[in-house]
Design a protein around this ligand. Structure first.
Ligand code: SAM
Ligand code: SF4
Ligand code: SF4
Length: 338
């Protein structure tokens, strides 16, 4: 029988979720994540041997699972740019008691969804910041059309990934006027749009508090046309606050990490593309687990190291965020995923 060696941090938070960035590369240049001015031609992405190998990811996933992680989300960068990702999924899918999810920009989904399903992926989240083509192209900054992301969602739905979560980061003056269009489009479908407050992740996106559209404002804008009411969370620590339409059916989520932080229930550990463990999205540094593995450290010692780090964890960045904290060093989102 599998032994679970639970661990909790200084606020009694266990490890429940592990987010794994499988690549730091992306084919989009979303202005809030990988702005072109920084991630332009000549930007040095990690060479292949710096990335965790599939065997290394699989090994760490099993160690985290033995410590209580029950959900793994593959992310990036754009995870579908990592060659043969379905092979990794097939290995991770063997781990018992584990939900396997992925967050993708959807650009390659139509082509790859079937292989992901066959390999054993359970859930997909697709990021789509607007249904207005001009607005979307401006946000992804590589002129990628809405139509191809919608095709990806459609194919994924047909082969059984349903409901699909759709992530929309809302940025003041950029896509706020397309909130209602997004809500209308996915209302009465099984899919769940999650409106996300623009966050000060990394240091390259030039984040300013004025550019955040609060969850409250997003709700008010939707309420004005489509009455909604709050729903209870599905489980403790659910990041998105759930709402449902009062007429017809359908559900939306609000991720209010700036105006209504949820650090108290944060059970997420993150592994960067090069194998560093981060205990917070806003951390400056991570602990190098790759080096431990490449030095031949046994599983028991790696587990002990993770335990020590997690037990000392006191992260609550979003609860203590001020204009000043957001000037400190922070890892980029594309290294550790969302
Ligand atoms: N490339 C994939 C994608 O876009 O879905 C996966 C990685 S991406 C970093 C994961 C999620 O983080 C996406 O839904 C993205 O919109 C979100 N994200 C990135 N930068 C953000 C920011 N500054 N504020 C809020 N969400 C952000
Ligand atoms: Fe790429 Fe995702 Fe970041 Fe956009 S949000 S640049 S798609 S990693
Ligand atoms: Fe978790 Fe850090 Fe986000 Fe708080 S700020 S919810 S501790 S990742």
């Amino acid at each position: 029988m599998k032994k679970t060696l639970f661990v909790t941090d200084t606020f009694q938070r266990p490890i429940r979720d592990l987010r794994i960035s499988v690549t730091d590369r992306c084919n989009f240049r979303c202005t809030y994540c990988m702005p072109k001015e920084v991630f332009g031609p000549g930007y040095q992405f990690l060479p292949k041997d710096e990335l965790l190998s599939f065997d290394e990811i699989n090994r760490l996933a099993r160690i985290f699972n033995s410590m209580g992680a029950r959900k793994i989300r593959l992310t990036g960068g754009e995870p579908l740019l990592r060659p043969n990702l379905d092979r990794l999924i097939a290995e991770l899918a063997q781990i018992p008691d584990l939900e396997l999810a992925m967050t993708t920009n959807g650009s390659l989904l139509a082509r790859k969804a079937q292989a992901l399903k066959d390999a054993g992926l359970d859930r997909i989240t697709v990021s789509l910041d607007s249904l207005d083509d001009a607005v979307f192209k401006n946000m992804n900054d590589v002129q990628f059309p809405v139509k191809r992301v919608l095709e990806g969602i459609e194919v994924a739905e047909k082969i059984g990934f349903s409901p699909i979560k759709i992530n929309m980061v809302v940025k003041r003056g950029v896509n706020e006027d397309t909130i209602l269009q997004m809500a209308r489009y996915f209302k009465d479908t099984p899919h769940i749009v999650r409106f996300i407050e623009y966050m000060d992740v990394g240091t390259t996106n030039g984040w300013q508090l004025e550019e955040v559209v609060s969850a409250r404002e997003i709700i008010d804008r939707i309420q004005a046309e489509l009455p909604i009411e709050p729903l209870d969370p599905n489980y403790r620590g659910e990041v998105a606050k759930r709402w449902r339409y009062q007429q017809g059916h359908g559900e939306i989520g609000l991720i209010a990490s700036v105006t209504q932080p949820f650090c108290g229930d944060c059970t997420r550990a993150r592994l960067s593309a090069r194998g560093q463990l981060y205990t917070c999205l806003f951390a400056a540094d991570g602990f190098d687990l790759r080096q431990l593995m490449r030095r031949g450290t046994p599983d028991s010692d790696i587990e002990a190291q993770i335990r020590t780090i997690w037990q000392a964890r006191s992260d609550r960045y979003s609860e203590i965020r001020t204009e000043n904290t957001s000037t400190g060093a922070r890892v980029e989102m594309s290294y550790i995923g969302g």
